[in-house]
Design a protein. Structure first.
Length: 572
């Protein structure tokens, strides 16, 4: 599978919504596949049984198509042009009862049972032709293996429970939510264009920056069609289409420090990113990286830090992206979210609200990546209020209940690998009475004076991350400035953030009126990657610890880069 985006829904219209209605017919193009799914689902619910073992009380099938093209270029020349077309089946079998089933077992056992269970919960390739018999065979094999694995997992779970005394009441394994029936119309077709020409022209921009050592432009175009059928009446068809431009460039400072800048531009409505926009972004990123080569090296610092624009959204994702998941930890683990016992308590200053809304397609003119109609458990996506006036009100819920929240809110996401967990879709942080940019800068400088410091630090972009760590391992700052008391800004390089925590969000001094957007993709080996977006205002903290670089640098290349004709302009 391609390394980038696997599953992103573009704008589409729902043509049929009839939750729980088995009478809904799938589109003609999907009927052969659904016929295979229906026949095997019927056999599984009627005939799947082992002697002295419980039957399956729930079976869910996914059949997913993915067609992905990736075009990469550097310095105006094509590097690769790949196209992959795949189809996968994923089977989820639950035995026991909703009160206690085979799910959520967690950590690896000495005999490798966890590894075996993970393999059973992974997607399997199947025929890309709409051949009913071939698809039925793969569903049959996957269902048989999933059922046998589920029985074994439930037996292990019962054995472990018998040797324990529960500290609190047992929480059900599976919510009483009923799977959705939803048919989503195909997005309108866009006029085809050649991504190779766009990749060449945008990457040619970097020819005018001989200081850069490595550069690449990647054009990605992905089509996904998800089909879902379940024993509780769920039937879903959700097509999606995605395109975007990924920019990456790297270099070294004269002292050998490695420096990098990257950017990702998603296309709206699954179309193609405008060339002028991509060229402008390539110049911006390259210019910043060249400037960073001679920037002042950061030193250890502790004091006021202002996160502006994209960096504010990145920080919110880093601290809240995993912490807001409401899925209970595995039964064999004592690890909990730092917010797990904070429901109803203050996690942000008064005036802050946090919602997650996968139904949003864009934020202003910016497309959002975390858009979908139905999650990976067949539950309709919902706009969920997570924090209100600074107090935690809810979590991102899958169909695994927790003590305070019994139902899913459509945020169960797995990318077809393993059990679904509550994950971010489109996370939006807002604040009442946010300050203008000039007023926030004034408040920032006042905080610096209050600390008797000579300067403060403003961070505009952090290094992109594929997953959040709740602040334990903070990303480095790619664009940061030292700001003196008179407002003079000095670009810094080598800015490393010390660990932060969710608790730090309670101490936000002030927030801005302007918002930044961060689009990210959580890579999911063997399945569909999990895209999302975060929107957040600028955030001012009274004290953040910054560390200067401590690791030695590799020497820069001895011989300079081959000469490039300075008259070449990538925009022409």
């Amino acid at each position: 599978m391609t390394r980038f985006v696997r599953q992103i829904s573009a704008t589409a219209a729902i043509v049929c919504v009839a939750s729980g209605s088995a009478a809904v017919e799938p589109p003609p193009a999907d009927r052969a596949i659904f016929a295979a799914m229906q026949r095997e689902l019927g056999r599984a619910t009627r005939e799947l049984a082992l002697p002295n073992a419980p039957r399956a009380y729930y079976v869910g099938y996914w059949v997913v198509d993915e067609a992905a093209r990736s075009v990469e270029a550097t310095l105006g020349t094509l590097v690769s042009d790949t196209f992959d077309r795949d189809r996968f089946v994923k089977v989820e079998v639950r035995v026991g009862s909703r009160a206690a089933d085979n799910s959520n077992m967690g950590s690896a056992a000495a005999d490798g049972d966890f590894v075996k269970e993970a393999e059973l919960l992974a997607p399997r390739p199947t025929s890309v032709d709409d051949d009913e018999l071939a698809i039925r065979r793969d569903l049959w094999l996957a269902t048989d293996a999933a059922y046998k694995g589920a029985v074994e997992a439930l037996e292990r779970k019962h054995a472990e429970k018998q040797s324990e005394i529960a500290a609190r009441g047992e929480i059900p394994s599976f919510s009483t939510d009923v799977s959705s029936t939803r048919i989503v119309e195909d997005p309108p077709e866009k006029e085809p264009s050649d991504p190779r020409d766009l990749a060449r022209r945008v990457s040619a921009v970097f020819r005018t920056f001989p200081e850069l050592q490595k550069t690449s432009v990647r054009i990605v175009e992905t089509r996904v069609r998800r089909r879902f059928l379940s024993s509780d009446g769920g039937l879903v068809v959700e097509p999606s289409r995605f395109a975007g431009v990924e920019l990456d460039c790297r270099t070294q400072a004269p002292d050998g420090m490695s420096l990098s800048r990257s950017s990702f531009l998603p296309a709206s409505d699954g179309g193609q990113v405008a060339e002028a926009q991509a060229v402008s972004e390539a110049r911006r990123v390259a210019s910043q990286l060249v400037e960073l080569r001679t920037a002042k090296t950061a030193t250890d610092y502790s004091g006021p830090v202002l996160f502006e624009g994209k960096a504010a959204a990145q920080l919110v994702y880093e601290l809240l992206g995993e912490s807001l998941s409401g899925t209970p930890p595995p039964d064999t683990s004592d690890l909990e979210s730092p917010l797990s016992r904070k429901l109803g308590k203050r996690i942000l200053p008064p005036g802050f609200n946090v919602v997650d809304d996968p139904t949003l397609v864009s934020w202003g003119a910016m497309p959002l990546l975390g858009h979908y109609f139905v999650d990976d458990e067949g539950i309709a996506a919902e706009r969920t209020i997570l924090a209100e006036d600074g107090r935690l009100r809810s979590f991102l819920m899958s169909r695994a209940p927790r003590e305070e929240l019994a139902r899913s809110n459509g945020h169960g996401r797995s990318g077809l690998v393993g059990w679904a967990r509550g994950r971010v879709g489109n996370l939006v942080v807002s604040v009442k009475n946010g300050l203008s940019r000039s007023a926030l800068r004034s408040r920032f400088l006042r905080a610096v004076r209050d600390e008797d410091a000579e300067f403060g630090v403003v961070i505009e972009e952090l290094a992109p991350r594929t997953s959040a760590s709740s602040g334990e391992l903070m990303p480095n700052a790619e664009v940061a400035y030292r700001v003196d008391l008179d407002g003079t800004e000095t670009l810094l390089r080598g800015v490393e953030l010390a660990p932060m925590s969710v608790r730090d969000l309670r101490d936000v001094l002030a927030a801005g009126r302007d918002e930044g957007v961060y689009d990210f993709v959580v890579e999911n080996d063997g399945g569909l990657d999990l895209p999302g977006s975060v929107v957040a205002p600028a955030l001012l903290f009274e004290e953040v610890e910054i560390r200067g670089p401590t690791t030695p640098n590799k020497r820069p290349p001895i011989v300079p880069m081959p000469a490039i004709d300075p008259s070449l302009d990538g925009s022409k």
